[in-house]
Design a protein around this ligand. Structure first.
Ligand SMILES: Cc1cc2nc3c(=O)[nH]c(=O)nc-3n(C[C@H](O)[C@H](O)[C@H](O)COP(=O)(O)O)c2cc1C
Length: 219
């Protein structure tokens, strides 16, 4: 066991060296949440290719329980305004001042409308093994949601490699009914993330990471 720990520790030590060498490792470091984009759009064909390749990500029983909705301008504008309306109601319930509510709502609309491209990612029940047992089904659904992180990170890395910057927005999770209604989503779609993307105008802020010592325990 001690030897196994030593081997893992040595591999962790060697990681920075590998990071300098491998294209994948470079894409991992290059990917950042970027919130400023150049004017040009990413063509639909490129988006479809990115999604096709990202779908090699792992999922429970290979269910691939995800659905992507590429948003055209009008759909996106309708979505931005509808989500802002829902945000206003949420913030009012929290007791925020009208001025602050308006500032936040209009910031959200501007962000969503000004990004060159927007993509909604939904969790679906496709291929899930639902049994009717609430505990098991809840775990199955959680696994489906976990796999969305895998498919999206894969997509982000493939995009970063092509100079396409992405930013994950959690907003749809707060108003799933609104999103479903505005976009006429297929039955069973659970909106999870709105991805804003385009060619990067800047390289984004580098946000520090916790050290490996803090993250890892060897037992
Ligand atoms: C589940 C999830 C939800 C996020 N939601 C938002 C969001 O609503 N708005 C936003 O600007 N960034 C959002 N982000 C991006 C994070 O802020 C970002 O990944 C984090 O600060 C690390 O920065 P980096 O991606 O540039 O490395 C989200 C990221 C994840 C994984």
């Amino acid at each position: 066991l001690a030897q196994a720990h030593k081997t893992v520790a040595e591999e962790v030590d060697r990681a920075p060296l590998a990071a300098a060498e491998s294209a994948l490792a470079q894409a991992i470091r290059l990917r950042r949440s970027v919130r400023h984009f150049l004017p040009g759009r990413v063509p639909d064909g490129t988006i479809a290719n990115l999604i096709r390749e990202a779908a090699w990500a792992p999922s429970p029983h290979n269910s691939q329980p995800w659905g992507f909705t590429v948003l055209a301008d009008d759909a996106r504008t309708r979505l931005a305004y509808a989500m802002a309306e829902s945000l206003r109601a949420d913030l009012a319930r929290q007791g925020m001042s009208t001025a602050e509510i308006e500032a936040q709502a209009s910031k959200s609309v501007t962000r969503i409308s000004q990004a060159p491209n927007a993509l909604l990612c939904s969790a679906t029940a496709d291929g899930l093994r639902l049994t009717g047992d609430p505990t098991l089904d809840s775990l199955e659904t959680k696994m489906a949601t976990q796999s969305l992180g895998a498919v999206l990170q894969t997509l982000f890395l493939l995009a970063a490699e092509q100079g396409i910057a992405t930013c994950w927005m959690a907003a749809p999770m707060y108003c799933p009914e609104t999103v479903r209604a505005v976009l006429h989503l297929p039955p069973g779609y659970e909106p999870q993330a709105l991805i804003l993307f385009g060619f990067a105008a800047d390289s984004g802020r580098v946000r520090p990471r916790r050290s490996v010592e803090e993250l890892v325990e060897f037992r």
